[in-house]
Design a protein around this ligand. Sequence first.
Ligand code: SF4
Length: 179
Amino acid sequence: MTTLEMVRRRAELDAKANGYFLNPDSEFLENILEGLRVNEERFGYPACPCRIAVGSFELDRDIICPCDYRDPDVQDYGACYCCLYVDSATYEKGEIHPIPERRLPEKALKVFSSIEEEEKKSQLMAGVVEDARIGRILFYCRQCGYVVFREEPPYICPICRAKREMFSEIGPLLETGGT
Ligand code: SF4
């Protein structure tokens, strides 16, 4: 079982080894670490809590923390996409601005279609031919309006960095009538 302390210790060591710092906002930090912990329990590896992982090592490899994008993001923006790792200037100022997604959209699309495929396959196997999105919920960030379609709200808003508590449900996706 992965504990929060194990995840924290690993992140601290990694930050130290690379000359980075962990986000100085302790509550924010706790949320990100908890997201990593949950993903590690779920997938067997700490997939980035700010992105959608599919549970396939091959497809998720680039977003296993620390992800392939961390170093260039810290270099260019002073923080990684989730704002877990920050540079010394950002750590001191405690001010973080939105960081654009560096992961190629083609990669994310591949991940999305893989999720849809897997869900469709399992539903077909169960004898249920339905829209693969049924059962997921539309959430929106009350701080910036970002909308996301997931089983549960993200730990951190990828746009404005609001915490999970800032997400509200728009509602579950109901049957689409064959569209
Ligand atoms: S964005 Fe940050 S928290 Fe997310 S995987 Fe990359 S390094 Fe880890």
